[in-house]
Design a protein around this ligand. Structure first.
Ligand code: M6R
Length: 614
């Protein structure tokens, strides 16, 4: 979850490290720190609890000088967000300095051993065992790079580490174990970079290489050498980075979240553009790995993910059933991995992950691989771990998503799942050509429909003023829009810290209705579809108990005008694509509620963009 950067070259390292950390703050912002080796070989470590701005303020303009260094922005796991627990961490002699992402699962045993050997510890973190282990190998006469490699073999759990040694300031050594986020190597002209994620590197280089689990790299100002943690050298060459830095700037929007909500029409258009053709109507998924006979063997689809990606899976379940004609289920990855699921080579496991690095999702994929299931991942980050683990990938293709609250990646993932279902349905003979054409026409209308739904931005802002003092919200939906109600509640919780629950509307009478009073507003998704009358009954039930209702309705549909307190009108949308449209006003409501309450929209408290720990 933490962000890591490293630099070595002819320029001052500290400004580059701080700039890189600013681009990675979405990974964690509990504390930040940098370590730079000065030309006289003194190690300068500066760290501060809180956001990166607190570190910058604490430097008071006295930025450490030196041409190699490492930096870190932390999402706390072991130890509270204090200065002592902030990274980088050093050994006893202040010679080895380390930044770390992930969890050292056996740190207690290692710490006990090291303490017995006389190593004092200055923090409550698991990380601190790493520099001490490197130091203990070096005191036995082992060189720095080899000491890092041996340390990588001693620690357990998924993690990424970058280490620097004062007497070896011309090199940075990094390794990756398991799936706790990656290490990307950036190639410059007479300078080299390391980072946990691409956005930190893109202003400096477009040539990158990725470290796979079990690999390590040593960089100097000119090049990178890769090897397996087990020992043998590995050949790896730089490749063009998949994103450009312009695409990740805010482009005049106040927050990334608002930018990413508002760019959904163009991004979804871009995402489906290259995958669909119309004469004849067809779907082209370049990363789809199975032959038609293999597809016909599939007798069940299990969709899995976490958070917003799980809600995408729940909509995707309907796509698999209605479009592909295959029995489907959707399961939270953190539950699936431990439940002892029954999977086999006739099961298609579809994992959904914006980042492709979510620990629970990757663990569920590992379980699926162990049981021989076919696997496809729906992912937005090229080269990420889930894309390497699955047999094939459908890229979401909506450009980098920086806001911690996922928005455009949900609509993009839904479009990808829809296309996957059409591809499967066609191969299975479940869809005739006419149905394929009509499904793809419906999908092609989505960018326009989302654009129209986003025209409700000012209404959503006004509603945030009207209801912004409520402490609790209920979100209700039915059918394909039920997961969207859950997503609406998640978005509101994440960015505005208002307690919200998303429920299937039919469940309301079985408990949640007890909560309803005039202080708990309900957001009801009640478009003109086959379940509209059922939703109207639920809305009546809320009103009968004095509750306030904001109803999301289809434009021109007036039957709720006298019942609901407020209406958000969205364009009439084909049922199967309607979740991509109906989610837009819920995203805007969450955004404007957060603004009204003065919350930090792009960096909500306690969250990180990518959850690389269990
Ligand atoms: O990168 P992933 O899609 O695997 O992430 C899954 C969740 O952590 C993510 O959707 C999270 O719930 C977001 N903060 C939601 O806005």
């Amino acid at each position: 979850m933490c962000g890591i950067v490293g630099y070595i070259g002819g320029k001052q390292a500290a400004p580059i490290l701080i700039d890189g950390l600013a681009r990675l703050e979405y990974r964690g912002y509990d504390s930040a720190g940098i370590a730079v080796i000065e030309p006289g070989s003194a190690l300068i470590v500066r760290k501060a609890p809180g956001k990166l701005s607190a570190l910058v303020d604490s430097l008071k303009g006295a930025t450490p000088e030196g041409f190699s260094g490492i930096g870190h922005t932390r999402w706390a796991t072991h130890g509270s967000p204090t200065e002592a627990n902030a990274h980088p961490h050093t050994d006893c002699s202040q010679q080895v300095v380390v930044v770390h992402n992930g969890i050292v699962e056996n740190y207690l045993a290692l710490k006990e051993d090291l303490q017995k050997q006389g190593h004092p510890f200055a923090s409550e973190t698991d990380t601190e065992v790493i520099p001490h282990l490197i130091e203990s190998y070096m005191t036995e006469g082992v060189g720095f790079e080899e000491a890092v490699r041996l340390t990588a073999q001693r620690i357990q759990g998924a993690q990424a580490v970058v280490a620097l040694h004062v007497k070896d300031k011309g090199r940075l050594v990094a390794f990756r174990l398991g799936n706790a986020g990656g290490i990307t190597v950036g190639y410059g002209n007479g300078e080299m970079f390391l980072a946990s994620d691409l956005p930190a590197l893109l202003p400096y280089t477009s040539q990158v290489a990725f470290l796979a689990p079990g690999e390590m790299v040593t960089i100097d100002a000119a090049d990178a050498r890769f090897r397996s943690i087990k020992g043998p050298a590995i050949r790896k060459y730089p490749q063009a980075a998949p994103y450009d830095s312009v695409a990740i700037a805010k482009e005049g929007f106040r927050h990334f979240m608002l930018k990413e909500i508002m760019e959904q029409p163009s991004m979804v258009h871009r995402a489906i553009g290259g995958k669909v053709s119309f004469e004849p109507a067809d779907v082209h998924l370049p990363g789809f790995p199975f032959t038609d006979p293999q597809v016909r063997e599939i007798n069940r689809v299990v969709l899995t993910g976490m958070g917003t990606s799980l809600y995408a899976c729940m909509v995707g379940r309907t796509y698999m059933e209605h479009i592909a004609g295959i029995p489907a289920e959707a399961d939270n990855a953190s539950e699936l991995r431990y439940r002892g699921p029954i999977l086999d080579d006739r099961t298609l496991v579809v994992s959904v992950s914006q980042s492709g690095e979510t620990a629970d999702t990757l663990a569920a994929m590992e379980e699926a691989a162990r049981q021989g299931a076919k696997q496809i991942t729906i992912c937005n980050v090229e080269g990420s771990q889930s894309t390497r683990m699955a047999h094939g990938t459908v890229f979401i293709g909506v450009g980098p998503e920086i806001g911690v609250a996922s928005t455009k990646c949900l609509t993009g993932a839904l479009a990808a799942l829809y296309l996957l279902a059409v591809r499967l349905g066609k191969a299975r003979g479940f869809l005739n050509q006419g149905r394929v054409e009509s499904l793809l026409n419906d999908l092609a209308s989505v960018p326009r429909l989302i654009g129209q739904a986003l025209e409700q931005e000012h209404l959503c802002e006004r509603l945030s003023q009207k209801y912004g003092d409520a402490f609790n919200f209920l979100f209700l939906g039915r059918g394909i829009n039920m997961p969207i109600a859950m997503e609406g509640a998640l978005k509101l919780k994440e960015v505005s810290y208002i307690h919200a629950e998303g429920y299937p509307a039919g469940e309301m009478k079985h408990g949640p209705i007890a909560l309803i009073d005039k202080s708990m507003p309900t957001v009801a998704l009640a478009p003109s579809d086959a379940l509209h009358d059922k939703m109207r009954s639920n809305i009546e039930e809320v009103k009968a108990r004095g509750g306030k209702v904001i109803a999301v309705v289809t434009q021109g549909q007036h039957d709720l005008a006298d019942i609901a307190d407020d209406l958000i009108e969205v364009p009439l949308s084909p049922y199967l694509v309607s979740p991509m449209v109906h989610v837009a006003p819920l995203q805007l409501l969450a955004y404007y509620f957060a603004i009204k309450r003065g919350c930090d929209v792009d960096q909500p408290r306690n969250l990180a963009k990518t959850v690389t720990v269990e």
